[in-house]
Design a protein around this ligand. Structure first.
Ligand code: CA
Ligand code: CA
Length: 362
């Protein structure tokens, strides 16, 4: 079991910044992996994609229609009319094309490691993960996972079973990924997925790397397929180890590149040379946001960009709000990974990383 000893408390992290991970692939898709899947490599049509890496926007803007199609060995899904312009980000990464094919994140669990989630929100309450192995309120750890009465995630700040969001950041992130498709408010990229709320930041947006690492491990061990980290700070071994653990156990980790306007991502997004995906932010004209950390010179970094300016999503108490940040961009990519897994649940993190970078539009 992974060591989460907290003998050496680390510096607080701010949810206002995002980061990236290391990755170990060469951005070349290996067609042989399809042999173990119900899809034939011979049907793939993306092999001529140019894997052009740019120090500014990495492999380019994520393309849901291309990534999900590739995931099932299909040709890129045909264009469909735009969804309402309020949710410009959905159109910018071609999400309606994927919905048209019947993929909306069903049966996939996405952990939001953040300030918590308002699980009572009118646009989220039906999409919250539930731990059916746990009996609520009996004071017993029924599923023996080390957490008592954890029916819908965990609060690592207060060490309770209530991961409610008293900051607002995590609820906004959750809505981008999986707000319900109920004809009001907004709609998430993967609106039939389940959100696992894991609270690691307090009301002020501060948190400790040890708690973030514990949250990642909790998510992996309790069945999260996708892990969203809209956070960042200095490198710490404890968090790097947790992200490596997630990747090796089959959970894809998506990390915000950070909001310092720097030439490369901060941690943990900088780990995307080895594990997971780093995400920078663009506006509705597909220009890099001034605040977004760039990709940098290392083309082994799994770096793509996604909408992160004027993003409308859920905040606590049945409210909605526009926000800016790579914290908003990362959940778009988490949503795309979720759509890919709802189309092909056999994909490994390495395959998801390779497909998202290969199909991104430079
Ligand atoms: Ca439990
Ligand atoms: Ca219980």
């Amino acid at each position: 079991m992974y060591n989460t000893t907290v003998s050496n408390p680390s510096e607080p992290l701010s949810t206002s910044i995002v980061a990236q991970l290391f990755s170990d692939d060469t951005h070349q898709l290996n067609a042989s992996y399809y042999s173990s899947h119900p899809y034939s490599a011979s049907s793939l049509t993306y092999s001529t994609q140019s894997y052009q890496y740019d120090e500014n926007n990495g492999y380019g803007i994520v393309d849901a229609a291309g990534a999900v199609a590739y995931s099932i060995g299909a040709q890129r899904f045909a264009d469909v009319p735009n969804y309402d312009d309020y949710d410009w980000g959905l159109n910018a990464i071609n999400v309606p094309e994927v919905w048209q094919q019947g993929y909306s994140g069903q049966d996939i669990v996405v952990a939001v490691i953040d300030s918590g989630v308002d699980y009572t929100h009118e646009n989220l309450s039906n999409n919250i993960w539930y731990n059916y192995a746990e009996v609520y309120g009996d004071g017993i750890d029924n599923d023996s996972n080390g957490y008592i009465d954890d029916v819908m995630g965990w609060n690592f700040v207060d060490n309770t079973n209530n991961p409610y969001d008293n900051n607002g950041h995590g609820t906004h992130v959750a809505g981008i990924i999986a707000a319900e498709n109920n004809n009001y408010g907004t709609v998430g990229v993967a609106y039939n997925a389940k959100i696992m709320p894991v609270k690691v930041f307090n009301a002020y947006g501060d948190g400790f790397n040890e708690n973030i690492a514990k949250g990642v491990i909790y998510a992996v061990d309790n069945g999260a397929n996708v892990i969203n980290l809209s956070l960042g700070g200095a490198y710490t071994e404890v968090l790097a180890n947790a992200i490596q653990y997630a990747t090796e156990r089959g959970s894809i980790v998506v990390m915000a590149a950070g909001n310092q306007g720097a030439s490369e991502p901060i941690y943990p997004a900088a780990l995307a040379t080895n594990w997971g995906i780093a995400v920078g932010a663009v506006d509705s004209n597909n220009y890099m946001a001034d605040f977004s950390n760039r990709a940098g010179s290392n083309s082994y970094l799994n770096y793509v960009v996604a909408p992160g300016v004027d993003i409308y999503s859920t905040v606590p108490d049945n409210n909605y709000k526009f926000e800016n940040g790579t914290s908003m961009a990362a959940p778009y990519v988490s949503g795309v990974a979720t759509l890919m897994l709802s189309a092909n649940p056999y994909l490994t993190p390495e395959e998801i990383q390779a497909i998202i970078t290969a199909t991104a539009i430079s």
